[in-house]
Design a protein around this ligand. Structure first.
Ligand code: PLP
Length: 438
């Protein structure tokens, strides 16, 4: 048995003949037998190491784990315990963070369309910063700050006009999308000026998030240019030197192998770019914040599936159908995201074979594809296991119950023990919200 040589499988994963056998000291067969499939498995040691790497690389600055990537309470607790704070983007994520034990001052609130209930809950919880995403939000927060007699601390989310990320659906830095306030169109300056003029809100810093899956940290340099330029504008117009700059999340992972930037190199690229631009503008170095999601939890997770049908369409391709699909991981169906697949466990193989296969789910759509053209090195045996890597982020968080498939359980595998983080949804759970017909 050999340990994982490289990403995207977690650090404690062990392999034999190209098959995944163990994770977190637990045999994959035992995990499947005990918890059923599909099963989300997080590698506890890998996740802790990633959280620590972020804290160390950004020492003296702030790391807000992007709760949206995986908001399971056990994961949030781990992030808090390892010294990361949390970014939340809805009432539900705020409730999850609070239920995981986060004090308000360890939270920031995002959202391009925050409801009154979300603003009220954030103010009541005393969240550290509310990230203003829209001009009207300034007035809505101002009212609340005036009413409580204490200004609300905010960042203004600016759109730097820089495109980054692996797919249009996750590029959030350009003007032609719904997030933030365009720098080019003067919207960011207008919101900043409105905050400065208001008495119920206090401008603490600026924010941006330009996209996800960025594999080259130097891609953030033009973003830093634009954001430090904005800081300089605030100083020039208002005489205020803001001390906080949040550059969002977005560091990518090597989903199907290849080069994965280290968190240390990412931190260094951001720090040195901000320092250089601040020196040019005669500004002090602000306290930085980042909001990693995928690069914190993505590589730590796998999904275990059981293989069902193995169907070869002569001259076309072989479809390997597993017992989940777009309901437990919609990312390929949504935007072509790549996930590595491997056979798993000792009983996985039916016959040798190196033809590429397509891994599909059991949903009623031909687009229910998990991975295309995967070379497994063997033909899987129906009833055997398969594992998908890079599955810790945006899987449980984006899961649905399409076709009334119950959502999987999630466990944290560590030192030979698998701790249940989320129990498997039951058929009763699935029907619980429907009002039975009379
Ligand atoms: C505001 C904000 N911050 C952070 C993130 C996390 O991004 P990633 O998971 O790519 O690190 C996102 C992702 O959508 C986001 O919208």
């Amino acid at each position: 048995m050999i340990p994982a040589a490289s990403p995207p499988f977690p650090s404690t994963a062990q392999f034999s003949d190209g098959r995944l056998m163990r994770i977190g000291g637990c045999d994959v067969d035992d995990l499947a037998a005990q918890h059923g499939t599909p099963l989300w498995v997080l590698d506890g040691a890998d996740l802790r190491a990633r959280l620590r790497a972020y804290r160390e690389a950004f020492a003296g600055h702030d790391v807000y784990y992007a709760t949206k990537a995986n908001s399971v309470l056990g994961v949030l607790r781990l992030a808090l315990d390892e010294g990361c704070d949390l970014d939340v983007a809805s009432l539900g994520e705020l409730a999850a963070a609070r239920a995981a034990g986060a004090a308000g001052e360890r939270l920031i609130l995002h959202g391009n369309n925050k409801s009154d209930a979300e603003l009220d809950a954030a103010v009541a919880a005393g969240v550290h910063r509310i990230v203003v995403d829209d001009h009207d939000e300034v007035a809505r927060l101002d009212e609340r700050g005036v009413a409580r007699g204490e200004p609300i601390d905010v960042w203004v989310r600016a759109t730097p006009g820089v495109s980054a990320g692996y797919h249009a659906a996750v590029r959030t830095g350009t003007d032609d999308q719904k997030f933030g306030l365009s720098i080019r169109a003067g919207m960011a300056d207008a919101a900043i000026d409105a905050v400065v003029d208001a008495t119920g809100v206090r401008l603490r810093g600026l924010h941006c998030h330009v996209g996800s899956g960025v594999l080259d940290p130097t891609a953030f340099e033009p973003v830093v240019d634009a954001m430090v330029g904005l800081l300089a504008g605030v100083r020039d117009r208002h005489g205020i030197e803001l001390g906080e700059l949040d550059l969002g999340g977005g560091l990518g992972i090597a989903e199907t192998g290849g080069h994965e930037p280290s968190v240390a190199s990412y931190a260094e690229a951001l720090r040195s770019a901000v320092q250089a631009r601040c020196t040019e503008h005669g500004l002090p170095m602000p306290r930085l914040a980042v909001e990693p999601g995928r690069s914190l939890v993505g590589p730590s997770g796998i999904t275990l599936y059981q293989v069902g049908s193995v169907k070869t369409v002569p001259g076309v391709r072989t479809f390997i159908a597993v017992d989940g699909g777009m309901s437990d991981n919609p990312r390929h169906a949504l935007y072509g995201a790549a996930h590595p697949f491997l056979l798993a466990g000792p009983a996985a193989v039916a016959a040798p074979g190196d033809e590429p296969v397509t891994v599909v789910g059991k949903h009623c759509e031909s687009g229910d594809v998990l991975a295309r053209d995967v070379v497994l090195g063997a033909t899987p045996r129906p009833g055997g296991l398969m594992a998908s890597g890079a599955a810790g982020a945006y899987t449980h968080a984006m899961a649905s119950t399409y076709n009334r498939l119950p959502r999987p359980a999630m466990v944290l595998a560590e030192d030979g023990d698998a701790r249940l983080l989320v129990r498997r949804e039951s058929i009763e759970d699935l029907l619980a919200l429907d009002v039975p017909p009379a």
